[in-house]
Write a protein that binds this ligand. Structure first.
Ligand SMILES: C[S@@+](CC[C@H](N)C(=O)[O-])C[C@H]1O[C@@H](n2cnc3c(N)ncnc32)[C@H](O)[C@@H]1O
Length: 261
């Protein structure tokens, strides 16, 4: 239905990258020692902000939370401190091993691979968050994920999908947003160096070669509706780049029942 409008570009540059490095796809990129976070302060500020945004979405202290594609999730213990259970799900194996080690001492955090989620019982999460992940999966994978999350979500729960990139938003917007974020958070000069590094890095080549998924607001809402959710776009994106979008979605029948009451 959206095939012609979905931006998922493959320009053929990936094979050359793969011959020179171990980076084959987006997951192996995120598993590598990439330089997306320009320094330790950037990573710390970023993951602190994400943890605080997730905490703001937790419906109650007894909530079971899934952070899908969680990345380094450096401050996940803060999220775990506000919920009954936190599952960190990450596809990149080395990253997953670091997470398991980092949070081994936190009894209500578990670290799972995406394939492990399929074995979980239905309705086992009250909140599912995927920040800055859906641009790295194909439309078919996204549809499978939406169906999986729908099954795992409690009928009263919600899923929040953030940092969705509209078709008209490109790399320049990311770089400008990063510089503004860096200026506000005390790592501007490191960010300037980082921007120059990213301009010549494997991230830029991968983005050109592997493609990145981009959706208009209407396309994304239609995808969510087709997967059985009642959804809306939130006024602000969860991350710093406000040209990107965040959606909140609930199982559709729950909303229909509530409005019928
Ligand atoms: C841009 S990072 C975002 C990390 C984190 N959510 C954040 O807010 O910073 C994208 C993450 O998604 C993970 N990822 C990509 N595809 C995935 C998939 N199919 N299943 C689970 N994680 C995935 C990557 O390994 C990477 O850690």
């Amino acid at each position: 239905m959206f095939g012609s409008r979905l931006r998922w570009r493959r320009a053929g540059g990936v094979r050359a990258i793969a011959m020179n490095t171990e980076i084959r796809d987006w997951v192996s990129y995120w598993d590598s020692s990439h330089s997306i976070y320009v320094n330790a302060r950037h990573a710390d500020v970023h993951y602190r902000d994400i943890a605080s945004a997730i905490i703001g979405l937790i419906p109650h202290r007894d909530a079971r939370v899934l952070d899908y594609g969680c990345g380094e999730a450096v401050h996940a213990d803060a999220v775990a401190g506000q919920s009954r259970e936190l599952v960190l799900c990450e596809a990149a194996p080395k990253l997953r091993a670091r997470l398991a080690q980092r949070f081994a001492h936190v009894p209500n955090i578990s670290v799972l691979a995406p394939e492990d989620l399929k074995a979980l019982p239905a309705a086992c999460f009250d909140l599912i968050v995927a920040n800055s992940v859906v641009q790295y999966v194909s439309r078919a994978e996204l549809e499978s994920l939406l169906a999986l999350w729908r099954r795992l979500l409690d009928p009263e729960g919600h899923v929040v999908i953030a940092d969705v990139i509209p078709p008209e938003v490109g790399v320049l917007s990311d770089l400008a947003a990063l510089l503004r974020y860096a200026l506000a958070n005390g790592f501007f000069f490191a960010a300037l160096v980082g921007v120059a590094r990213t301009a010549t890095s494997s991230y830029r080549s991968l983005r050109a070669g592997l493609g990145i998924a981009q959706y208009s607001e209407a396309e994304f809402l239609a995808l969510l509706a087709a997967a059985g959710y009642a959804a809306e776009r939130l006024p602000r994106n969860m991350e710093h780049n406000q040209t990107r979008m965040t959606f909140i979605a609930k199982p559709a029948d729950v909303r229909a029942n509530a409005s019928a009451k």
